[in-house]
Design a protein around this ligand. Structure first.
Ligand SMILES: *[C@@H]1O[C@H](CO)[C@@H](O)[C@H](O)[C@H]1NC(C)=O
Ligand SMILES: *[C@@H]1O[C@H](CO)[C@@H](O)[C@H](O)[C@H]1NC(C)=O
Ligand SMILES: *[C@@H]1O[C@H](CO)[C@@H](O)[C@H](O)[C@H]1NC(C)=O
Length: 484
């Protein structure tokens, strides 16, 4: 009886060892035949819907603290972008003292038209990180956009770039005046290029334009994309372009969204555009992104599975040479994918936090896996190219019922006798903080309503023997391993 039992245990241990996924940590950035991405000081950014930006910064207590928590990790404030559909509904009004002026029938609605005053730019200027401001092209009022751009440039020492229009592929269906003579990728590109030169020369700054800003990812090469746009640009236009940007909302179910192979496949659509931008010596960014378009899906976007998506997605975008990824935040109080709101934290904030903790103060990133399975492993490196941290991700879906499986990850090539790690976990992939199931990272959570960190910071320790350590991750969990 006992004998059989221990045989079973032994058998289980063998199965587990056989099924372990093994990764070799390179001893320096550049080594081992892997691909390496250079790291921006803060690759994880936040996008704020144009009309809602003042509300986030004046009337939502969590905003400053949620951003400050990441600054505490990286040493720099996260980059932000202000824009979205309502940037093409907004007109500058130099005479208003208000940040924004609009009326809506219901507080959950976005305005169909609005104005903003110079104080909008002053508020943006107060932010201590870099800011991209999205201005209107749809209304075809270039004089008004030039006036707004001049205020942005004169007020904002933190201004990184200006967008001229948001998701222009939808302009025709939205009935925007600029489409009156017909609208296609070609006419949009000509319009973008003329506006880039007009606005750039009016504010007398180059490079200043974040170009592109489409969301549609159909076609190969993309029908509305950086490669398509670059092919239409002469040297003068290119001198004004600071960055090329695209938007992305992968959508799907929690299971498909958080799947590591799904994330990798989704991002390969952008490889051609990223390469095209880098060939021009310009960064490529995701100017606006989140889990599911239109503010998110109630059954998907607020879950811990979406937090794991956020984490893995932003690491894969960064690994793909997307310099910065701005996660979109829409109408306060009507936003399923938001990382925080007035009253509650969204689980995805934890994914952004774990990714930021892993990348903080790093100079290079590599992925050790090929993106074809559910199991991911990344390594960040410091400025002297030494391994800094590893991040392991088990993207097997755990619904919360039945047995939670686990997966062993073996890391080889580690130095020292032991390593510390912080775990990103929750009761299941369906856990939601607003339903009382708080995720934790290293044992800590974020407080509803103010985003302060709570709980005792907890590291787990793994033994390193022969340069090798084994980590066990339950389905729907991630682990940040501190290699220094
Ligand atoms: C701040 O939020 C509260 C609660 O939703 C709202 O009633 C109030 O109008 C907001 N104030 C401003 C200035 O947006
Ligand atoms: C380059 O393109 C811009 C925008 O279309 C145009 O205004 C400018 O005249 C062009 N310059 C040259 C030298 O062709
Ligand atoms: C990212 O760019 C670097 C050059 O900076 C290149 O070596 C690397 O292969 C690129 N990564 C990918 C995934 O293409």
């Amino acid at each position: 009886m006992f004998r059989n039992c221990s045989l079973l245990v032994l058998f289980a241990a063998i199965i587990k060892a056989v099924n372990a996924v093994t990764f070799i940590v390179p001893n320096a950035a550049g080594a081992g035949g892997y691909k390496y991405a250079p790291l921006d000081p803060a690759p994880v950014g936040i996008s704020f819907e144009f009309f809602a930006f003042p509300s986030y910064f004046t009337n939502v207590s969590s905003t400053n603290q949620c951003l400050a928590n990441w600054k505490d990790l990286t040493g720099v404030w996260p980059p932000i972008r202000i824009g979205g559909t309502t940037q093409d509904r907004a007109q500058y009004d130099p005479s208003t003292s208000a940040f924004v002026v609009y009326t809506v029938a219901n507080a959950a609605d976005a305005p169909s038209t609005l104005t903003f005053g110079p104080s909008f730019m002053t508020l943006a200027a107060n932010y201590q990180g870099s800011v991209v401001v999205g201005l209107n092209r749809g209304k075809n009022n270039i004089a008004n956009t030039i006036s707004a751009a001049k205020v942005a440039v004169s007020q904002m020492s933190n201004l990184l770039a200006i967008e001229l229009g948001n998701e222009p592929e939808y302009y025709a269906s939205a009935g925007h005046p600029i489409t009156s003579g017909g609208w296609s990728p070609t006419t949009d590109a000509a319009s973008q290029n003329n506006w880039a030169v007009s606005i750039g020369s009016a504010v007398d700054r180059m490079p200043i334009i974040q170009a592109g800003n489409s969301n549609d990812a159909s076609g190969s090469p993309l029908t509305w994309g950086a490669a398509e746009l670059i092919a239409t640009q002469n040297t003068t236009v290119k001198q004004y372009v600071k960055t090329y940007a695209h938007h992305n909302y992968p959508g799907g179910t929690v299971t498909s969204l958080m799947s590591h192979s799904g994330i990798s496949t989704n991002l390969h659509k952008f490889d051609g555009d990223i390469a095209a931008a880098l060939r021009q010596g310009k960064p490529y960014v995701f100017g606006e992104t989140n889990s599911v378009s239109g503010g998110g899906a109630a059954s998907v976007s607020p879950t811990f599975g979406a937090a794991l998506w956020t984490m893995d997605y932003v690491l894969r975008t960064t690994y793909s040479n997307i310099s910065r990824t701005y996660f979109h935040h829409g109408t306060v109080g009507n936003c399923q994918y938001c990382f925080w709101g007035r009253y509650s934290m969204g689980a995805p904030y934890y994914g952004g936090y774990a990714a930021t903790a892993f990348l903080a103060k790093g100079s290079y990133l590599t992925a050790l896996d090929d993106g074809k399975t559910n199991y991911a492993a990344y390594v960040s490196f410091d400025a002297s190219r030494a391994p800094l941290r590893a991040l392991l991700y088990n993207s097997d879906y755990f619904s919360g019922s039945g047995t939670r499986s686990s997966q062993a990850f073996v890391l080889e090539g580690i130095t020292g006798n032991s390593v510390r790690a912080k775990r990103l976990t929750a009761a299941s992939a369906m856990s939601r903080q607003d339903q009382g199931q708080l995720p934790t990272f290293g044992g800590q959570a974020f407080v509803d309503g103010d985003c302060t960190i709570t709980g005792t910071e907890m590291y787990e320790t793994a033994t390193v023997a022969g340069g090798q350590a084994t980590f066990t991750l339950k389905a729907s969990e991630a682990l940040v391993v501190y290699l220094q």
